[in-house]
Design a protein around this ligand. Structure first.
Ligand code: MF3
Ligand code: CO
Length: 250
């Protein structure tokens, strides 16, 4: 598959999906508290997306059963929402994909539950900053590896490891398109970034090792050493003047 270039009109359709997604995340931020379950958050998100005339694209994607991935503490990504109540000190990543009139937007956000440890707070802050530093490199003429390398250097400079097994990706009418966007690797390599590309950047940073274990459910991806993991993801569109964040919560 090659990289599809989107027109300004198509990017505007993805931005409309992204606006719904971003406003949903802002509601999720208010919901995340000790005592709430990730299944309750999932139900809220599912209903929020549908009540805005869109559909949750993750439902049924390769058999995935839920509108959200809800990944608590040592879960890196693709956690199933469940009936365990969140407790003070947890961190939880909520990932969702909104389909509005056939055009998609994808964004994951990590949340602190109540008061979290300094270790967790710092992981959240560095992971979010690594995403924004990566986005700054998403300008025409750079290469995908310039994004990858910037994120890796920043993350490892803070003592964290970068997950290798899951990558950012092109997105449009399909959830996963070319190019693949690693969050590690050499600068100056990979596809040349061009106006009209739309892709996600979604670094997953771990306190310990980057290796992944998959649970028997076939989805839930955990850190191999049981230490914390966080993730922030935006969908961005490349214009001649640089990136636009389609899932911006600003
Ligand atoms: N939103 C995810 C991504 O960032 C995909 C989740 S896999 C699914 O690529 F099965 F849950 F959809
Ligand atoms: Co996602």
């Amino acid at each position: 598959m090659s990289i599809t270039i989107k027109t300004a009109e198509q990017i505007e359709k993805m931005r409309a999906a992204g606006r719904i997604l971003a406003s949903c995340h802002k509601e999720v931020a208010k919901l995340v508290k000790p005592g709430v379950t990730t299944l309750e958050i999932n139900t809220f998100v599912d209903e929020y997306i549908r009540s805005h005339g869109a559909t949750p694209e993750q439902v049924g994607y390769r058999g995935y059963p839920y509108a959200t991935c809800a990944s608590v503490n040592d879960v890196i990504c693709h956690g199933f929402p469940n009936e365990r109540a969140l407790v003070d000190g947890d961190i939880v990543t909520i990932d969702m994909v909104v389909n509005l009139n056939g055009w998609l937007a994808d964004s994951a956000w990590s949340y602190a539950v109540g008061n979290v440890s300094d270790e967790a707070r710092k992981l959240l802050d560095v992971t979010k900053e690594s995403l924004y530093l990566g986005i700054e490199k998403a300008v025409p003429g750079n290469r995908i590896g310039d994004i990858s390398n910037t994120i890796q250097k920043f993350a490892e400079g803070h003592g964290y490891s970068v997950v290798r097994q899951f990558l950012g990706h092109g997105i449009g009418q399909l959830m996963h398109e070319d190019p693949m966007v690693p969050h590690f690797g050499p600068a100056g390599k990979g596809a040349r970034i061009k106006e009209g590309m739309v892709f996600t950047i979604e670094p997953m940073l771990n306190v310990g090792v980057y290796e992944v274990f998959i649970d028997p459910d076939g989805w839930t991806a955990r850190t191999a050493d049981g230490k914390l993991s966080a993730q922030y993801e935006h969908t961005i569109a490349i214009t001649k003047d640089g990136p636009i964040i389609l899932t911006d919560q600003g």
